[in-house]
Design a protein around this ligand. Structure first.
Ligand SMILES: [Zn+2]
Ligand SMILES: [Zn+2]
Length: 196
């Protein structure tokens, strides 16, 4: 099936996405950062590093091994059910990350960020119809979609959502608390996103 590409076990498998760091210390200089701080992606290890403000400002979002994660949140297009189904994603919400090996799709699950099949041709076509979907910067920004609603977000926001699902999800359907927390996450995402 052309266009379908499974990353797990494939020859060019990129490493799994980074786990969110838990320490509130700058991973470059050791300074205490506090809970609100910037992140830097190490594109070689594909890990997310916490950074104090001066260290964060040493890097740019594009190019180089270390890239600062920008802080822009944009509201994207609403995808029709047909557009979403065309991507071949088995769940209703996922995020899309582009790196040097191309784009990969992940969904938040109780086990962490789980990679899923993505129809790359359909994704490319969707990016031509809705340019914002192709506008996320490699490695540091992602497109997050839930029930057809889309956003361009910093990659650390996706890991915040992944962490939320991992810690709150209970049983088969997640339970009330998990759904409430996820709804809250999207309410605040809507609030801070501007029109892209
Ligand atoms: Zn620092
Ligand atoms: Zn951090």
């Amino acid at each position: 099936m052309s266009g379908l590409r499974r990353f797990v076990g494939a020859a060019e498998t990129p490493p799994p996405p980074p786990a969110p760091p838990v320490e509130e210390v700058c991973e470059f200089c050791g300074a205490v950062t506090g809970p609100a701080h910037g992140h830097v992606v190490d594109t070689e290890k594909r890990s997310l590093m916490c950074a104090c403000r001066p260290c964060y400002l040493l890097f740019t979002p594009d190019g180089g091994r270390y890239r600062s994660v920008p802080d822009r949140y944009l509201t994207g297009p609403r995808l029709s059910p047909a557009e979403w189904d065309g991507l071949g994603i088995p769940v209703g919400s996922a995020f899309f990350l582009r790196g040097e090996h191309g784009t990969a799709a992940f969904y938040p699950s109780p086990a962490g960020a789980t990679e899923c099949l993505l129809n790359l041709d359909a994704w490319r076509a969707l990016g031509e119809t809705h340019p914002l979907l192709a506008a996320a910067l490699d490695e540091v920004e992602a497109i997050l979609v839930r029930d057809g609603e889309s956003f361009l977000v910093p990659v650390d926001a996706c890991y915040e959502l992944v962490g939320l699902v991992r810690t709150c999800w209970k049983g088969f359907d997640g339970g009330t608390e998990a759904h409430e927390r996820i709804d809250e996450f999207f309410v605040s995402l809507r609030r801070r996103s501007s029109n892209g």
